[in-house]
Design a protein around this ligand. Structure first.
Ligand code: GLA
Length: 390
């Protein structure tokens, strides 16, 4: 009974605010944007049903016993939506995304929600040497290769198998010399939604020739709700005493430097906006935060990153086996795309936390190795766990 009264009230508020929006004053339009989380919902699957290169694409939905839902498409293995409860128990979609594959294709270079490979982040000058042989890649990011090259794993169709209501398995064979990388790489990625409100992404790969591998997921989060505006008031904590500074093309200089005394010190919680505007050469190079943080020694049971949405109270904790994370504050978002809730992907309205080995490792001998040899198994997992702070 209480529930139905409550939902009737919510509905009438929604109708009232829609009515107000018809008068199109700017502040009312703003109100409508802020209320989008009231209608958090998974996009219609019709925008995701296509045949691409002879393969079928779909939108798959996972749901746990608390009603938390994740939607994933096998086009690029993309996380499209993630509905979690806020501090009032209302479901909020914390993943910024689009409502169709065509939308994702148009927004290609933003990598919304995608699985990234064969090599996540940058490889300097599109070149690296392995076992004495030089390999040349497509340069899709100024002088460098970013996120796998011209057609990364974000734009291929993965083979999908829904294992059960909370588990989706995606597989892909990345052929020898695809995008210039050696070795047939057999990849398996499993998305699993736990009853502890954690979305676990586990990655496995094997090769028949020595290669380099660095897989990640490039979801953009807004913990106040996709389409709800700036992320600058989100609070962030990253258990990293060090980071890898970059040159003006975002290639690491090779140094691992302390964050202490810099705007990169997130060892204690601070808002994203508190220092993003500081006069700092590294922030200038990244046009904000677009840097790899080097985690302190940790296990996969330590929450190495905590982010809290200031309005929703939603906390996202990240657990990972990876040694680093690319914290990207949405600096290149420029309002060019119309997103799921009708909003634009405006500057810094979402952020990415890409767990990874460090950028350009194939050319940086002092970074942890990203080489994978035949007979070995690449295996890593990351969990994004959701709770609320009141
Ligand atoms: C990564 C990169 C950024 C940017 C985004 C996508 O996070 O590090 O520089 O290219 O992807 O826009």
């Amino acid at each position: 009974m209480y529930k139905s009264i409550k939902s009737a009230a919510v509905l009438s508020v929604a109708i009232l605010s829609l009515g107000a929006c018809n008068q199109t004053s700017k502040s009312n339009q703003q109100k409508m944007t802020d209320s989008t989380s009231l209608q958090a919902k998974i996009p219609d699957s019709s925008g995701f049903t296509q045949t691409i290169d002879g393969k079928q694409t779909h939108l798959f939905t996972l749901k746990n016993k608390n009603g938390v839902e994740a939607a994933i498409t096998n086009f690029g293995g993309r996380l499209v939506s993630l509905l979690v409860p806020d501090k009032n128990g209302k479901m909020v979609d914390v993943v910024e995304g689009l409502s169709s594959i065509d939308g994702y294709k148009k927004a290609g270079s933003s990598y919304f929600g995608a699985l990234i490979g064969r090599y996540g982040n940058r490889i300097a000058k599109g070149k690296f040497t392995l076992e004495g042989k030089e390999y040349t890649l497509f340069k899709n990011n100024g002088p460098n290769t970013l996120h796998g090259g011209k057609v990364g794993y974000d734009e291929v169709v993965w083979d999908a198998k829904q294992i059960d209501s909370t588990t989706l398995q995606l597989t892909y064979l990345s052929k020898d010399m695809e995008e210039g990388f050696p070795g047939n790489l057999n990849i398996k990625v499993v998305y699993h939604l736990g009853d502890d409100n954690g979305l676990n992404i586990s990655y496995e790969a094997t090769t028949d020739k020595t290669t380099v591998v660095n897989l990640t997921n490039h979801a953009y989060y807004n913990l106040n709700g996709a389409g709800s505006g700036t992320i600058l008031n989100h609070s962030v904590q990253i258990l990293a005493d060090n980071y890898t500074p970059v040159d003006s093309t975002l290639i690491p200089t090779g140094k691992i430097e302390p964050v202490k005394g810099t705007p990169f010190d997130y060892t204690k919680p601070a808002t994203i906006g508190s220092r993003i505007g500081d006069a700092n050469e590294q922030l200038k190079n990244g046009k904000g935060y677009d840097h790899n943080f080097v985690f302190n020694k940790h296990t996969d049971t330590t929450a190495v990153v905590k982010v809290v949405g200031d309005k929703s109270g939603i906390e996202m904790d990240i657990y990972t086996e990876e040694p680093g994370i690319q914290f990207y504050s949405g600096n290149f978002m420029a309002g060019a795309n119309t997103m799921k809730y009708g909003n634009k992907d405006d500057h810094r309205t979402a952020f990415a936390m890409e767990t990874q080995h460090f950028p350009d490792s194939p050319n940086q001998p002092n970074f942890p190795s990203t080489e994978l040899k035949p007979g070995k198994v690449y295996k890593t997992s990351t969990e994004y766990k959701f709770s609320v702070v009141k």
